[in-house]
Design a protein around this ligand. Structure first.
Ligand code: GLY
Length: 357
């Protein structure tokens, strides 16, 4: 059994232990109504299994409502938030209601956001169903919605009381979704240690991601969150690959060829590892290793000069930057991230050339 991770303000449970804990939690907190938020995929493929697992441990009758929104990042907006809020109001949700976010990062982001603002805040729980949400989005209290094509512009830091990681849900995912989540596992290994990085490079088959790989990735994230929950310093390590990755994702938002978060981050990781070589003298072999591993799983994206200019312009909106110049997290060695690094436009353009060849 995977050992539960219990912190002061939130806990992470694995598989059946999680459902048992959730049933106790519902009883202990005298929760009278539950909203299970899903998207159209998790409504079809995960809701029934989750309900059955939960109800098998619940002794009392509880009112369970469910509400579903369209899958995809484009739903992470005010209009969908309003629909959820209206539904909760219609069902009579009060402060002793609970929101359960059953889905990937989009669902935990918007569901956590709505739970945080409805009647000044309801409790919420995350049940991640994608690899990406299991190792990243469902842990760490970030929630929010996109606005004006800017990712996560509106939101709060507010922790789900707990997260249940149940890798059975991975069977419901497409290969594309699984691969997308792998980008965050790669990131965690690069900012953690050479040992982790070696283990991750040995993965050849995306379907062979083990519970142990997921667990180690969760441990890496949890360790950082515990030390710096509100991103004052070392939590910024988790933004490795994300400064350019988010700009790329924002660029593709609402375009016909929308890309998944992890796909954008995979590009960001190659670019920012190359920039780490240029700015911090990271051994170029690591940049080559990152590119090799990523292209084993991810399709190369073709960027025109015009695309790249627009992406560079979007960096100005990175909310993590307090100055006009975008500040990056880079690595001086595997497992040694360095925050607040200035990167020139030339460094970025050169990195896109490194990505393309
Ligand atoms: N996904 C980055 C963070 O949680 O801080």
């Amino acid at each position: 059994m995977l050992k539960a991770i219990e912190n002061n303000n939130y806990s992470i449970y694995f598989k059946s232990e999680g459902y048992k804990k959730l049933a106790h939690y519902i009883q202990g907190k005298k929760i009278n109504k539950i909203l299970i938020l899903t998207d159209d995929n998790t409504k079809n493929f995960c809701l029934e299994q989750f309900r059955n697992d939960l109800l098998s441990y619940c002794k009392e009758n509880i009112f369970i409502h469910d509400f579903s929104i369209k899958s995809g990042e484009a739903s992470k907006n005010f209009s969908e938030s309003t629909k959820i809020i209206k539904y909760m109001l219609q069902c009579g949700f009060k402060r002793n209601g609970l929101v359960i976010n059953l889905g990937g990062g989009m669902i935990s982001d918007i569901g956590g956001f709505v739970a945080s603002i409805y009647m000044r805040g309801l409790k919420f729980i995350n049940i991640p169903t994608t690899l990406l949400a299991m190792v990243d989005a469902s842990i760490g209290g970030k929630n929010g919605i996109d606005f004006n094509s800017i990712k996560n512009l509106i939101g709060t830091f507010n922790f789900a009381d707990f997260t249940i990681v149940d890798s059975r849900f991975l069977k419901t995912l497409s290969k594309k979704q699984l691969i997308s989540g792998f980008a965050e596992i790669i990131k965690h290994s690069l900012i953690s240690s050479n040992n982790e990085w070696k283990i991750i490079q040995e993965i050849d088959d995306i379907n062979a991601i083990s519970d142990e790989i997921i667990y180690n990735s969760v441990i890496i994230k949890n360790h950082i969150i515990n030390k710096d929950p509100y991103e004052k310093n070392i939590r910024k390590y988790l933004n490795y690959g994300h400064t350019l990755g988010h700009a790329i994702e924002s660029y593709f938002l609402n375009k016909k060829e929308e890309i998944l978060h992890g796909e954008a981050i995979s590009v960001g990781l190659i670019l920012e590892t190359y920039i780490s070589h240029v700015v911090l003298k990271l051994d170029i072999n690591y940049a080559l290793e990152v590119k090799k591993l990523i292209f084993k799983f991810f399709k190369k994206i073709e960027f025109t000069d015009n695309n790249i200019n627009k992406i560079v312009n979007l960096l100005k909106h990175d909310k993590k930057n307090k100055s006009e110049t975008p500040l990056f997290v880079l690595i001086e060695d595997i497992g040694k991230p360095v925050i607040n690094q200035k990167v020139s436009n030339k460094n970025i353009l050169d990195a896109f050339k490194f990505y393309a060849v």
